[in-house]
Design a protein around this ligand. Structure first.
Ligand SMILES: NC(=O)c1ccc[n+]([C@@H]2O[C@H](COP(=O)([O-])OP(=O)(O)OC[C@H]3O[C@@H](n4cnc5c(N)ncnc54)[C@H](O)[C@@H]3O)[C@@H](O)[C@H]2O)c1
Length: 336
């Protein structure tokens, strides 16, 4: 049993990881400023886990707060989720993204060093590979950035690698997520996107609830099985398990790793629409429209390194992802 600090632990992936860590027997402390989390997440985590939740409300860039957390909590390791995550918004507000994502990580690492804590799992993203024709993508693919968001993730990874290379007491787990979707089996926590989501599954969910009229499918003339784009969707509960395995590997071996978290197979847009239609019980309307500039046909993870280094394998299917998403969003509507 270890005591783990989760920055951004009230957010979408952080809250699911909280529950997996508690199930795995860890004690978990959340630090979150709630800028993108609902106030009732800690209460819901308490209901699901049956244990009181320890939360520090504040900013990961606040060094005084971080020093207090480390002084009060005897932390063994950190999982760092707290960040801004919208690629499009990062183009409008690069400084906010660099300040939060890079500044936040550097402040956290300095506080960890001062507190003698040197185990960290970092939320990275497949976006560090840029747009590439090499599929499935291996971890040694060159990193390149097409947005300020991607820049912040590459910079974060590089800072962690440099520190770990210079000081063997540091062990860092870099996890590159592909497309996290779905919700917790309790249907009490899930993704809470803004008004018009940028990503496919939350968009489909809003069509399923009637908040949006129809889905736009951007292009059906790609070189894929049905002509629509293929992405590697991973259930958020599988992703959460990836963090437990990464953390355990860091604690047990002291060896750093950088791995993809995806299924390795991928689904087309039309397959996702069909699976979601089955989950919600009606055929969801869609239009085929022009391709979006910058979209590539296929983006999938090569998953073997995560299996070999940390024992990770995604188990849940596309149907599981759609059913859990629908249970979460339809439950929200029923309770509102
Ligand atoms: N969701 C995805 O598709 C995806 C894909 C790849 C990588 N990631 C990365 O995973 C991490 C978690 O993503 P998510 O989808 O759960 O996002 P999220 O917005 O739901 O969670 C982030 C959490 O961090 C908190 N936060 C933001 N800025 C903060 C700050 N300065 N101080 C303290 N707390 C702060 C937010 O309130 C939120 O609870 C992020 O680092 C994101 O870049 C997400």
């Amino acid at each position: 049993m270890s005591r783990i600090l989760l920055t951004g632990g009230a957010g979408y992936i952080g809250s699911h990881t909280y529950l997996r860590l508690v199930e795995a027997g860890h004690q978990v402390v959340i630090l979150d400023n709630f800028m993108n989390a609902r106030d009732d997440v800690p209460e819901r985590l308490e209901r699901i886990s049956g244990h009181p939740v320890t939360v520090y409300r504040g900013d990961v860039r606040d060094r005084v707060l971080l020093d207090r957390v480390f002084a009060e909590q005897a932390i063994d390791g950190v999982v760092h989720f707290a960040a801004l995550k919208a690629v499009g918004e990062s183009v409008q507000k690069p400084l906010d993204y660099i300040h939060t994502n890079v500044g936040g990580l550097l402040t956290l690492m300095a506080a960890m060093e001062a507190a003698d804590v040197r185990r960290i799992v970092f939320s990275s993203s497949a976006t560090v590979y840029g747009d590439t024709d090499i599929q499935p993508i291996p971890e040694d693919h060159p990193r390149t950035y097409a947005s300020p968001y991607a820049y912040t993730k590459i910079t974060g990874e590089t800072a962690l690698e440099q520190v770990a290379a210079a000081d063997s007491r540091w062990a860092v787990g870099i996890l590159r997520y592909f497309n996290p979707v779905g919700a917790h089996r309790s249907a009490l926590i899930g993704e809470d996107p803004g008004d018009i989501p940028n990503n496919l599954m939350p968009y489909i969910a809003k069509v399923a609830t009637g908040e949006l009229p129809k889905i736009s499918v951007f292009g059906d003339d790609y070189d894929t099985s049905d002509g629509t784009g293929v992405r590697d969707y991973i259930h958020v509960e599988d992703l959460a398990q990836g963090h437990v395995l990464s953390l355990n590997a860091l604690i047990e071996t002291g060896q750093s790793h950088a791995v993809n978290l995806g299924t390795g197979t991928g689904s087309t847009v039309l397959e996702v629409i069909r699976a979601y239609s089955a989950a919600c019980g009606r055929d969801l309307p869609y239009d085929i429209v022009d391709r979006r500039p910058g979209d590539v046909a296929v983006l999938t993870a090569r998953p073997d390194k995560a299996r070999d280094l940390i024992g990770f394998e995604a188990r849940r299917t596309l149907d599981d992802m759609c059913r859990s998403s629908w249970a979460w969003v339809s439950g929200q509507i029923a309770n509102s």
